[in-house]
Design a protein around this ligand. Sequence first.
Ligand code: BEZ
Length: 235
Amino acid sequence: MEQLSNYNMPRIGEKAPEFKAVSTQGEINFPEQYIGNWVILFSHPADFTPVCTSEFMTFAKLEDEFTRLNCKLIGLSVDGLYSHIAWLRTIKEKIEYNGMKNIEVKFPLIEDITMEVAQKYGMIQPGESSTKAVRAVFIIDPKGVIRTIIYYPLSTGRNFAELIRVLIALQTADNFSVATPADWQPGDDVIVPPAGSCGIAKERMDGAEEGITCHDWFFCTKKISIEEITEKLKS
Ligand code: BEZ
C-alpha cells in the first residue's frame, strides 16, 4: 500500500477523484453516477459515536432540503458495511435527540475499511487520527468538479445551516455570475463582477448602471431576491 504522504490533497476547482465503493445503498461509481447533481460527500470518524450520530440524524432530517437544491448526500467512514447497517438501524429504532426520532438515513454510507477513498480525498489526517477520518465536507458540482472543501476536527460537529448556505451561494454564483459577500444569506445583496474598464468603473461610480450600488468602483452590489434564486434553481 502507498504511504499516506504519497496522496495529494484534492483541491477546489479540480475534478473530484474517481472511486467505486460499497455502501448501505449498494455500489457507487463516483462521480459518473452523480453527474448532473450537486453532491455533498462527507466523512465521519466512526459509527456508534455521539457527535457522528447527531450529524447523521441532522443530515437525514435535512435530506429533502438538499434534494430541493438538486444535491445528493454521500457519507463515508473507515468502518465496515455491517457496522454501518447496525448503526443506522440503532439510530432509527432507539435514538431520540434534539426533537428528532425515528430518523431513517436513506442516503448511502460508504464502507472504506481499506481507507482507499478516504486517502484519495485527504480525509485521513494523521496529526488528528491515523485510524479515523476527520469530518470532511466536499461540495461537488454537477460536472464533478470540487467547489468547496471544509474540514472539521473529530470533536466538532458540523454547522448544517452553513453547509446549506454555501451550497446556495455556489448555485447563485453559477446562475447569476455574481459573488457573495461576508455572511451572505439568500436574499441579501450580491457582488457584481468588477468593472473591466475605466469607462465602466466611471459609469458605475456616476450611478449610471441601474440597480447597482457602488461602495467604490471595484465593490458594487445588486439585489437578487430569494424568489429569483429559487426560480432559477427550478429551471
Ligand atoms: C464522536 O462522533 O462523538 C467522536 C468520534 C471520534 C472522536 C471524538 C468524537
